[in-house]
Ligand binder design. Structure first.
Ligand SMILES: [Cu+2]
Length: 132
């Protein structure tokens, strides 16, 4: 009987994790600041929260990583598609800034590729070209 309960709990837990990581498809949208920067806070604690960040192409992005996780895994964050790599000191907020020059869905990870987040860059929105 114990094994049955264990199986049930593992199933529930697995479903929860699946929902947690793959469920909220929309993602968190970075807030546009007066200076023309889109900014968002990301918490590093056993992964990235929010795990999916939506930004606009051609507008500078400011990601404020707050690292709470003391494991060495969380030490670095890498955006391979944008040549960004930063060390994140524990307990501090580290600002990562770059301008996404292309649209698409990009992965960002910890130094070992275990923590994963998604950066969704929506095409256009750089202003100017679509002014009415
Ligand atoms: Cu890692």
């Amino acid at each position: 009987m114990k094994a049955v309960w264990a199986t049930i709990w593992i199933t529930i837990y697995t479903l929860f994790l699946a929902w947690f990581f793959f469920g909220p498809r929309a993602g968190a949208r970075a807030r546009s600041q007066p200076g023309g920067v889109q900014e968002i806070d990301v918490t590093v604690q056993g992964g990235y929260s929010p795990p999916r960040i939506v930004v606009r192409q051609g507008v500078p992005v400011r990601l404020r990583f707050r690292r709470l996780d003391t494991s060495s895994c969380a030490e670095r964050v890498i955006f391979p598609d944008f040549n960004v790599s930063r060390v994140l000191p524990v307990g501090e907020v580290t600002t990562v800034e770059f301008t996404p020059d292309r649209d698409g869905t990009f992965t960002f990870t910890c130094g070992m590729g275990m923590y994963r987040g998604t950066l969704v860059v929506e095409a256009g929105g750089g202003g100017g070209s679509h002014a009415h």
